[in-house]
Design a protein around this ligand. Structure first.
Ligand code: UDP
Ligand code: MN
Length: 339
């Protein structure tokens, strides 16, 4: 159907890499829908070129430069920059129905059947199941809805600081009004569910159609060795390693060659590709990092956890006993207080 599309968003090169993998995963599972990527002005040229090869439409959304109601709304709520950009998906009125997918999602099988659903269909959020998770949702583009969403956003803000808070505020009867708008969890399986409800994950996880790498650490924050298919970093304790390997396998086999083509013989020096260093040996390793990556050794590029995240891990019984949370470290800390 030409008037139906999957839509994603990437405001920078890191998320652009996610969008590339997502688009590839949709194509690999033979979607019959159009693919649209909304991008921010900061996304670099090489990343745009690669996105254009995967997506039917790559649309730059510059909220700051739009001079319209979104710009005005943004002036009032500068904290909601990415959220306003995401809301732009409602302006894609050349499509009658769309499925929005976060750039940190990965499709594991054909999900075109989602287009049988109505606005606003989404899966429950694992943290608060009376809210929907806004990583995957079915919507109908409409300038009227777009205007109302912006108005809602400016008046009420977002209770969680992001788009999920705004959308749950606006589509507030989702939890109770119509069960057909509740997507099964397998359309937005967040890695968090693996340790919050392991038996259910073991029973149903194999049916997953979409994995969502929700949370601070994204697939592109890890390092990967395609030869041994090993993901390193803190992969083992936050995300199911199989899904991470799926993401990296697709990234290294399909996306990296396209980026290499963009650069020809030139070394990767800027943008998303700066963080991909192909070593001379036949063993290819990827150094993961942000655009402004520093020349520090690879182990320092691996994700570090904030105190808050560490506290959460502790409370979930997942202390890093042999590492940062080791007895020695705790004793040192206590000693420093006692002194
Ligand atoms: N996003 C983006 N740039 C950002 C942050 C977010 O483009 O700096 C987009 C991207 O599509 C991302 C989505 O907004 O997948 C939601 O953010 P994220 O996935 O990081 O939130 P989470 O799912 O972890 O709550
Ligand atoms: Mn996400």
């Amino acid at each position: 159907m030409a008037d139906q599309a999957f839509v994603t968003l990437a405001t920078n090169d890191s998320y652009a890499r996610g969008a590339m993998v997502l688009g590839k995963s949709l194509l690999n599972h033979n979607t019959s829908k159009k693919l649209v990527a909304l991008i921010g002005p900061q996304v670099s040229e090489p990343c745009r070129s690669v996105l254009k090869r995967i997506y039917d439409e790559v649309k730059v959304v510059d909220v700051l430069d739009s001079g319209d109601t979104a710009h005005l709304a943004m002036m009032k709520r500068p904290d909601l920059g990415v959220t306003f950009t995401k809301l732009h998906c409602w302006t894609l009125t050349q499509y009658s129905k769309c499925v929005f997918m976060d750039a940190d999602t990965l499709v594991l099988s054909n999900i075109d059947e989602l287009f049988d659903r109505e606005e606003l269909s989404a899966a429950p959020d694992p943290g608060w199941p009376d809210c929907f998770n806004s990583g995957v949702f079915v919507f109908c583009p409409s300038m009227e809805t777009y205007g109302k969403l912006l108005q809602y956003c400016t008046e009420h803000g977002s209770f969680d600081g992001g788009d999920q808070g705004v959308l749950n505020g606006y589509f507030s009867n989702w939890a109770t009004a119509d069960i057909s708008k509740h997507l099964p969890f397998i359309y937005n399986l967040s890695s968090i569910a693996i340790y919050t409800y392991l038996p259910a994950f073991k029973k149903y996880g194999g049916n997953a159609k979409v994995v969502h790498f929700l949370g601070k650490t994204k697939p592109w924050s890890y390092t990967f060795d395609p030869k041994s298919k090993q993901v390193s970093g803190r992969a083992q304790d936050s995300t199911h390693p199989t899904f991470l390997v799926d993401w990296w396998t697709l990234y290294s086999s399909s996306v990296v060659p396209m980026m290499q083509e963009q650069y020809g013989d030139k070394p990767f020096v800027s943008g998303c590709v700066e963080s991909v260093k192909l070593q001379v040996s036949d063993e290819v390793t990827f150094e993961s990092g942000q655009v402004e990556s520093s020349p520090s050794p690879p182990q320092e590029l691996q994700p570090t956890m904030s105190s808050e995240e560490r506290k959460q891990k502790w409370e979930q019984g997942q202390a890093d006993y042999m590492g940062v949370d080791s007895f020695d470290n705790i004793q040192r800390k206590l000693d420093s207080f006692l002194k």
